[in-house]
Design a protein around this ligand. Structure first.
Ligand SMILES: Cc1cc2nc3c(=O)[nH]c(=O)nc-3n(C[C@H](O)[C@H](O)[C@H](O)COP(=O)(O)OP(=O)(O)OC[C@H]3O[C@@H](n4cnc5c(N)ncnc54)[C@H](O)[C@@H]3O)c2cc1C
Length: 409
């Protein structure tokens, strides 16, 4: 079996954002042999980050396709088992494919919250009108029902939930978000930024119920009719979107005897516990973290392409820079470093809230050093702020300059 050279066979199981990036980088680097991407979805890999934009009708599905370089793509091709000792991959159609290196990039599944009424009475699939938003197929089903829907409830107010709600509102569906935490996107935004976001959403026709839990989905004879909250209140709706987080897809790795915790465990080489097997993206767990974000998936794909192609055999992944910017259904924000000053004594805060324009900026300082920031709605000055934070040098001049330099002109 060839390990290097022109005969080398690299099998990538996935066909999502990490797989596409790896295939594109590996082939661009002139890595030896052939890369084959086995993709369960029956389409070219695409940017999931832009799914809400497709739902809102702002992008065509073709516009979000991702390049794969010269890799071979086998769509509609689900891998059902891997054998690290025999170095083979079994496909759903019964074929068995040999490989010299295997890359697991199987992504993540949406988490279904433990509430009643989600499934059809026969237990097969979600009840009519209940949706997840993870794939273009999900997107098409949701868009089709949104045409006749009157009201929607999105369960979960993180990045995905807010993006989905904005997209549904853009389609003219009155939408409400139900979120357990005290404010929206609480993992990256503070309460003030959450409040600004809530106002912006409200202006777009999206209502927000924070500190509220969905207890059950109510269904009529044909489809969903509402969402019952833990406080007893019933939100009338004919469409429900579940946006309650994701769980790494680890079944293949687990069945193959590879080490799995929350995700497939990888070291700094992105090696997955068996010779010639690696894992990247949402399915991988590195140093105790499953990122579930695009930038770390790309960083991991880049490092693995460098290592496996031979361009840099010593390449290591030691973590990712925090996302410098994220887009929540067209509303941009960035958050990095320590953004909650209440968790640590001795931190100072500078804030600029512009409720009229729906923007919010916050700098967190320790003495004369920038230790964190949030920018919402207007990212002017972001590069200067991330520079100051990463250099960790004492700031020259009053920090107010950094804030006003980042303010809208
Ligand atoms: C609506 C939405 C909005 C998002 N917004 C942002 C954002 O603003 N910023 C951000 O950083 N991240 C965002 N994300 C997260 C981001 O999309 C993911 O982090 C990224 O897609 C991870 O890439 P991946 O390749 O690991 O997984 P995925 O892109 O999920 O790809 C995994 C692929 O593997 C396939 N697969 C699984 N098992 C098999 C198998 N056995 N055989 C063959 N194929 C298989 C799946 O069908 C899937 O196509 C968003 C996600 C969604 C759904």
């Amino acid at each position: 079996m060839a390990d290097t050279g022109a005969d080398r066979r690299i099998a990538v199981v996935g066909g999502g954002m990490a797989a596409a990036r790896f295939a594109e980088r590996y082939t661009a680097l002139g890595g030896p042999g052939t890369v084959t991407v086995y993709a369960a979805e029956a389409r070219t890999p695409y940017s999931r980050v832009l799914l809400a934009e497709v739902l809102a009708g702002r992008y065509d599905p073709e516009a979000i396709a991702l390049p794969l370089g010269t890799a071979r793509l086998r769509t509609g091709c689900e891998a059902v088992a891997v054998d690290p000792a025999a170095r083979t991959l079994a496909l759903a159609d019964g074929a068995v494919e040999p490989w010299d290196d295997l890359v697991l990039a199987t992504g993540a599944n949406p988490v279904l919250p433990p509430i009643g009424g989600l499934r059809r009475p026969d237990g097969r699939g979600l009840a009519e009108g209940v949706h997840t938003l993870r794939s273009l197929d999900d997107c098409a089903r949701l868009a089709e029902q949104a045409v006749t829907a009157r009201r929607a409830v999105v369960i979960g107010g993180g990045v995905l939930g807010v993006s989905a709600a904005r997209a549904l509102a853009a389609l003219g569906v009155r939408t409400e978000i139900v979120h357990q935490a005290p404010h929206l996107i609480e993992r990256q935004l503070d309460a003030e930024a959450g409040a600004v976001l809530r106002e912006r959403l409200s202006a777009l026709g999206v209502g927000t119920y924070c500190r509220n839990r969905a207890r059950a989905v109510a269904t009529g004879p044909d489809r969903v009719t509402g969402v019952r909250l833990a406080n007893g209140h019933l939100l009338d709706c004919d469409l429900v979107v579940l946006a309650c987080g994701t769980r790494p897809r680890t079944a293949l790795a687990h069945a193959a005897g590879l080490p799995v915790a929350t995700g497939v465990l990888v070291d700094d080489r992105l090696a997955a516990g068996a010779p010639h097997v690696s894992a990247i993206g949402d399915c991988a767990e590195h140093r105790g973290t499953v990122h579930g974000l695009a930038v770390p998936a790309w960083d991991q794909a880049d490092v693995l392409a460098l290592r496996l192609s031979g361009a840099d055999p010593g390449a290591r992944y030691t973590g990712s820079r925090p996302p410098s910017r994220l887009s929540v259904g067209g509303l941009e924000y960035a958050a990095f470093g320590a953004v909650d000053e209440t968790l640590d004594e001795g931190l100072d805060v500078l804030r600029l809230t512009d409720a009229t324009r729906g923007s919010y900026k916050k700098l967190v300082l320790r003495g004369d050093r920038l230790v964190g920031a949030i920018l919402l709605g207007d990212l002017a000055g972001l590069d200067a702020l991330t520079d100051a934070w990463e250099r960790d040098d004492p700031l020259t001049g009053h920090p107010l300059h950094l804030l006003t330099a980042a303010a809208p002109s």
